[in-house]
Design a protein around this ligand. Structure first.
Ligand code: PLP
Length: 365
């Protein structure tokens, strides 16, 4: 029996060489030349003026929201179907996440439902590009403009994905990426804030380093954070980024192989793409009508590791908000979906094994 982990990262040779260099030169803390190099290369890659390297995607979201001065009493619109870091980052600021249901096909926030959730306290919209597929950003940007709201893209799952030719993470006011181990570019743990706004960039940079007063070090006028990652992480990120075209090409060919081998299975919904964007297929996410949990258990017994979809945010015990509201699409999708092994180290043979196993289990039980 073949064993296929749900995510096995691919560490490039350049990443290994640079991290060794960081270690051998003794630049192991958050000072060191790779940080600036990685930030500059990442800003160029995304097509923004500023990129600020931080410790995680979660801290990138938190820093972005704090840079916008979002805090207690404010509201931020967040999709109900997302990784918990999206609403948690809002809650860290003291603001309230206000959840919106998603589109059943794209699994991204349903822009048509946003306006009914806007109040006098709303300060920002946080669209989350789910599993590699960019949100339809034009309607979201238009609503934000009309109501004078900031937009914080949660681009943790879409390094290199484009919307109408623009990279995700370059469209919103100030945006966040994650470089966690299972993301398309990884630094082990890490994140990036991206923006074209000079003042927001300066504020983000200041907040991530404990908000030392620019006039007087060790004087602090606002609450800051230590969100400084190390030179070693930047070295890994820079090395990964040099291979980004190859990594994205591989992601697409993995999805093409899955599509080809799975399109005939009755009752299995495959991921979609849209004319307005380029999907990077961070995770190959599928849905079944029923029996998801048993299916995933059987797959696991046969060596195929999968992950179930996120739970609806509003129903998380740690959040427990808007319980009297209905989020029917998120609730349904959340119980039907899972993703197949999608790490960049996967081989075609492994993908074929996954497809054959899934076909067999779905057809023959
Ligand atoms: C991974 C992820 C995050 C959080 O990133 P960390 O680096 O793990 O903190 C946030 N939002 C989404 C949508 C993610 O997938």
């Amino acid at each position: 029996m073949m064993r296929v982990p749900v995510n096995e990262p691919l560490i490039t040779d350049a990443a290994k060489a640079y991290v060794t260099q960081a270690l051998e030169t003794g630049w192991i803390s958050s000072a060191g030349p790779f940080i600036e190099q990685f930030e500059e290369a990442y800003a160029k890659f995304i097509g923004v003026k500023h990129a600020i390297f931080v410790t995680s995607g979660t801290s990138a979201l938190h820093t972005s929201l704090r840079a916008l001065d979002i805090g207690p009493g404010d509201e931020v619109i967040v999709p109900d179907f997302t990784m918990i870091a999206s609403p948690f980052s809002v809650m860290y600021t003291g603001a309230t996440p206000v959840f919106v249901d998603i589109d059943p096909e794209t699994l991204n926030i349903d822009a048509a439902l946003i306006e009914s959730k806007i109040t006098s306290r709303t300060k920002a919209i946080m669209p989350v590009h789910i599993y590699g597929l960019p949100c339809d950003m034009d309607p979201i940007m238009e609503i934000a403009e009309r109501h004078n709201l900031a937009v914080v893209e949660d681009a943790a799952e879409v390094h290199g994905a484009t919307y109408k030719g623009k990279k995700c993470g370059s469209i919103g006011t100030i945006n966040a990426f994650s470089f966690y181990g299972n993301k398309i570019i990884t630094t082990g743990e890490g994140g990036m804030v991206t923006t074209d706004d000079d003042a927001l960039a300066a504020r983000a940079r200041w907040l991530k380093d404990l908000a030392h007063s620019p006039q007087k070090r060790f004087k602090h006028d606002e609450l800051g954070y230590n969100y400084r990652p190390t030179n070693m992480q930047a070295a890994i990120g820079l090395g990964q980024l040099e291979s980004i075209d190859m990594l994205l090409k591989r992601k697409r060919s993995m999805a093409a192989l899955y599509n080809e081998r799975l399109s005939d299975i009755q009752g299995l919904t495959l991921p979609v793409t849209k004319d307005y964007c380029e999907n990077v297929y961070w995770m190959y996410a599928v849905m079944v009508k029923n029996g998801r949990d048993d299916l995933c258990k059987t797959l696991k017994e046969r060596g195929v590791d999968t992950r179930e979809f996120f739970l609806p945010c509003h129903s998380q015990p740690a959040i427990n908000m808007q319980m009297n509201e209905a989020f029917p699409v998120t609730e349904e999708v959340s119980g039907r979906g899972f993703y197949l092994p999608s790490g960049l180290a996967i081989t075609d043979e492994q993908i074929i094994y996954v497809c054959e196993t899934l076909t067999d289990v779905m057809h023959n039980g």
